[in-house]
Design a protein. Structure first.
Length: 244
């Protein structure tokens, strides 16, 4: 009899536990994986509600979601969703009993609370020409608040020649930074550009040690932002510099 009563009490206790407590809350990385598999917004939001997930999106998270193809509506849903209620545009369970889930921690933050994503275009006219007897990497990258958002590690042309007087073979490599476009969160950010050549493996540590341009930019919702720059090769130091 005691064993039967214990089973009844245990069943009742289990019934009182919210269903969301048994589900594993989703992370930003898991949302990105679903987007990469072309899972629809409605399915993703339904799973967010089912698992009782909440997000504290960083600048890095917003960029990663944008690059994965997240719609503005999905990003806004993730930003606005709070314990005890869903965003005004959605319906369903308020998600009570969920666990707070944060994105990856970053030391670089936007100085303005993130809102809608803004189109940012960076254009750099000019050529970086490197002449050397060594086999060099030629690399160009852009960072937003310390997070790499673009890189280019391919030169546009290679010209090899041998000096008649010395018989030494030399190679000239040319890189054109050109332009790129990304989506960034609304707010104030630090944009930095890096360009270098060398035998090192092109890592972010090396890239950040060769910053050629840095500027604070402000992205405003509904206003695409374009940064136009001109650079040239400084032959005295074999570096690429921004002249205007």
């Amino acid at each position: 009899m005691a064993q039967k009563l214990y089973g009844v009490v245990l069943a009742a206790a289990v019934a009182l536990v919210p269903a969301a407590a048994w589900a594993q809350p989703m992370t930003v990385d898991e949302v990105v994986k679903l987007l990469d598999k072309d899972v629809s917004d409605s399915v993703i939001t339904a799973n967010i509600e089912k698992t009782g997930s909440y997000f504290n999106l960083s600048t890095e998270d917003l960029i990663e979601l944008s690059e994965a193809g997240a719609s503005d509506e999905l990003v806004r849903y993730m930003i606005m969703r709070k314990p005890g209620g869903t965003p005004p545009a959605t319906t369903g369970n308020g998600g009570e009993g969920g666990t707070n889930v944060t994105g990856r921690v970053s030391g670089d933050k936007s100085t303005t609370a993130p809102g809608k994503l803004v189109d940012l275009t960076v254009k750099v006219d000019g050529k970086y020409v490197v002449t050397s007897q060594a086999d060099l990497n030629v690399w160009y990258a852009a960072y937003l608040d310390g997070k790499r958002i673009y890189y280019k590690d391919q030169w546009q042309s290679i010209y090899s020649f041998t000096t008649a007087e010395t018989g030494v073979g030399t190679t000239k490599r040319t890189l054109e930074p050109g332009s790129f476009a990304v989506k960034v969160p609304a707010g104030t950010h630090t944009l930095a550009l890096s360009c270098w050549s060398g035998r090192q493996v092109p890592t972010d540590d090396v890239g950040k040690a060769n910053i050629i341009y840095s500027k604070q930019i402000t992205a405003v919702e509904g206003q695409p932002l374009t940064v136009n720059l001109v650079g040239e090769t400084d032959t005295t130091s074999d570096t690429f510099v921004i002249v205007r």
